[in-house]
Design a protein around this ligand. Structure first.
Ligand SMILES: *Cc1c(COP(=O)(O)O)cnc(C)c1O
Length: 358
């Protein structure tokens, strides 16, 4: 039965996040969290949180956090916007910058939240197919960008794990000069140094770079994301945010998020551990006959020799090992596997060996 009021409902097809099981004993490699927790320094900060602040509203501008991020990235404070995870920041960007009748463009295989926000906000969009090797088709982005209402690129891309070169992104930004280009750098810390577009935000009037604490900074549970751009774009973004929900960042996130950005040695150590495990794990998968895309992230996108990705996904789950599997055209013979601690990845390899030989 349908009620009349339902005609006025904003109907949406929601995004499906990766499963979050409550059982702590599983090997959880399905949502690209960092396997290493925050450092002892940060645990001390968490223990010393002043509970009187829970009674009060937080600083709506999250100034301490903005200041630390601006200092870390060597930009001015008015070039940083913070939000509740980069999902919040990205949704705010879509709302703020994508109000054209022309379609925004993004790859056909990318972060699956982009089409969901576009649908929810009634933004027309068009997807650009990846090349056969799963790289981004720069040429099409350059030609379509000229006439687009905006561009969104995850770099490195997910779930492919592949990094697009800085020069190619520059070409896309320059061809799309009448619309805003969002570069979602959720995984950039796991890529080669110098791959980020962040140091170029002053060179363009239409570039915004989005980052998250969820992957490289081991704090998915705290929900912190941010954007860096020119002061004009950040002002537009804040105007929309304050028209929607002003107190988005809670007090613990502001305090812990500020401390984490100063904890740079630990951060670098964690990144290099994840990268080393990724290289070892990639070699092992190749030994087992997997095709593995070249990863610049904390996960690998890999296809077993005989196309049994779905079967492997299901068998692994029964053994308490969670991967991500997308039952979608072009990628339904791939598994996305987060890089965990060495012991867990060894367990994965022995599971795969058993599976493939029986
Ligand atoms: C994980 C992820 C995000 C969202 O991360 P938050 O936890 O909301 O900060 C955004 N973009 C991509 C490509 C991601 O993989």
């Amino acid at each position: 039965m349908t009620f009349n009021w339902e005609k006025n409902v904003r109907t949406v097809e929601p995004y499906t996040p990766g499963e979050q099981p409550t059982d702590k004993n599983i090997i959880k490699l399905n949502t690209n969290e960092n396997p290493y927790g925050p450092s002892d320094e940060i645990k001390k900060v968490i223990a010393s949180l002043d509970d009187d602040y829970l009674r009060r509203y937080p600083d709506f501008a999250a100034r301490d956090l903005v200041k630390e991020l601006a200092a870390f990235h060597k930009v001015s404070d008015d070039m940083v916007f913070v939000g509740v995870g980069s999902d919040d920041v990205l949704a705010m960007c879509f709302m703020t910058f994508f109000n054209s009748d022309k379609p925004i463009i993004f790859p056909d295989i990318t972060y699956s939240f982009y089409p969901v926000w576009a649908e929810m906000l009634r933004i027309p969009y068009k997807t650009i197919p990846l090349m056969d090797d799963f790289t981004i088709d720069t040429k099409s982005f350059v030609s379509e960008g000229k006439e687009s209402g905006g561009v969104v690129i995850a770099n490195p891309n997910a779930p492919t794990s592949i990094l697009l070169g800085k020069d190619k992104i520059k070409e896309i930004i320059e061809s799309s000069k009448d619309s805003v280009v969002i570069v979602d750098e959720a995984y950039i810390d796991f890529a080669e140094d110098g791959s980020s577009m962040l140091d170029l935000v002053n060179d363009y009037d239409n570039l915004i770079v989005v980052r998250t604490y969820s992957k490289s900074r081991s704090l998915a549970g705290l929900r912190i994301g941010y954007a860096v751009s020119n002061p004009k774009m950040i002002k537009y973004l804040n105007d929309v945010k304050y028209s929607y929900n002003s107190y988005t960042m809670n007090y613990p996130s502001i305090v812990i998020g500020s401390a984490v950005i100063k904890d740079n040695d630990y951060f670098k150590e964690v990144i290099s551990k994840v990268k080393a495990t990724r290289e070892w794990f990639t070699d092992e998968l190749k030994e087992l006959g997997f095709k593995v895309l070249p990863s610049s992230t904390n996960f690998v996108f890999a296809s077993p020799q005989d196309g049994r990705a779905k079967e492997i996904f299901e068998a692994a789950k029964k053994k308490g090992i969670f991967f991500r599997y997308f039952n979608l055209p072009k990628i339904d013979d791939y598994l996305r596997i987060t890089i965990g601690v060495d012991d867990d990845m060894k367990t994965v390899i022995s599971f795969l060996k058993d599976f493939l030989t029986t």
